[in-house]
Design a protein around this ligand. Structure first.
Ligand code: FPP
Length: 278
């Protein structure tokens, strides 16, 4: 256990002995399907803070409360995977003090939320160009991944130094290396081959993609994986995104009919009962 973990009060040793039963699953009443994987573009921290006459970093700090509430609420509803866009490859271009603050916040989150993750049976995983992270943040990420790896509940993925184009470029480079080394026959490459080279190929694609703060953009987030995700844009800025708004997004999802390019004739409620499958 690191000295930092000790002093911040959520040391690993005490967490490892916890009862692994996880939270009781309580779902909202829905007329349609429940999203197994939710992905969120957490936007509007800076605007929210500036509207209050505060510095942008205040919005990032308050955003941690939304991360915690969204994580625990999703875990308690039985969401299987939650993917949060915490830092993009493009975010490195922000002013240095803001980047430094975000990296510090990440480290504090990874240490300070260990107890919450363990209590809610959540597994944590980073996705992205993780080697770009400052060493102290990467170390805490690896420690929290390791600590939570035996949990059986929800998978929380933090997209860090993540960009879809970077992910695809990284995948294609690895494909090229394997072809060159004779490990992969170019004629055999199909969609599933390419998927297997993505950062986290085993997690199913998001069912629902939520973006906060009203912008209608994908911002280089999971472009491959959201091909058939349902989109929901919330007007609420991330620091104010709470359970009620999350449930609103899940209800909107439940009312959708997913077609995957085909022509199902069943309403959303019938899909929820397994009558229509993608
Ligand atoms: C977008 O808001 C948000 C980010 C770039 C970072 C998201 C970070 C957090 C929610 C806090 C840290 C999270 C973890 C998991 C440690 P913005 O600053 O682009 O807002 P704006 O569009 O109003 O400027």
């Amino acid at each position: 256990m690191s000295q930092r973990a000790k002093t911040e009060g959520h040391g690993e040793a005490s967490l490892e002995t916890k009862d692994r039963s996880g939270p009781e699953i309580v779902r909202p009443q829905l007329d349609g399907a429940f999203p197994e994987h939710i992905a969120i573009i957490m936007d509007g921290n800076g605007r929210w803070a500036q509207e209050k006459g505060k510095r942008r970093i205040f919005g990032h700090r308050e955003g941690i409360d939304s991360v915690r509430e969204t994580t625990t609420t999703c875990a308690r509803m039985g969401v299987k995977s939650l993917t949060l866009y915490a830092f993009s490859v493009e975010n490195w271009k922000r002013p240095r003090p803001e980047v430094r603050y975000l990296m510090r916040l990440l480290r504090l989150f990874l240490v300070g939320e260990r107890k919450t993750l363990m209590d809610n049976d959540v597994r944590l995983r980073g996705i992205g160009r993780l080697d770009d992270l400052p060493e102290p943040a990467l170390d805490e990420l690896r420690s929290t991944e390791k600590l939570t790896s035996g949990n059986n509940g929800m998978l929380l993925r933090l997209a860090l130094s993540y960009g879809s184009r970077a992910e695809l470029a990284d995948a294609v480079r690895d494909v090229a290396y394997d072809v060159k080394a004779g490990r992969l026959d170019p004629a055999s490459i199909d969609e599933e081959t390419l998927r297997s080279y993505l950062y986290d190929p085993t997690t199913p694609d998001p069912d629902l993609l939520i973006r906060t703060a009203g912008e209608m953009r994908l911002s280089n987030f999971l472009l491959w994986q959201v091909s058939y995700s349902e989109l929901y844009v919330s007007e609420v800025c991330w620091p104010e995104f709470r359970e009620q708004e999350l449930v609103r997004a899940i209800e909107a999802y439940a009312a959708r009919v997913r077609k995957y390019g085909a022509l199902p004739d069943k309403p959303a409620a019938a899909q929820a009962n397994g009558a229509v499958k993608g």
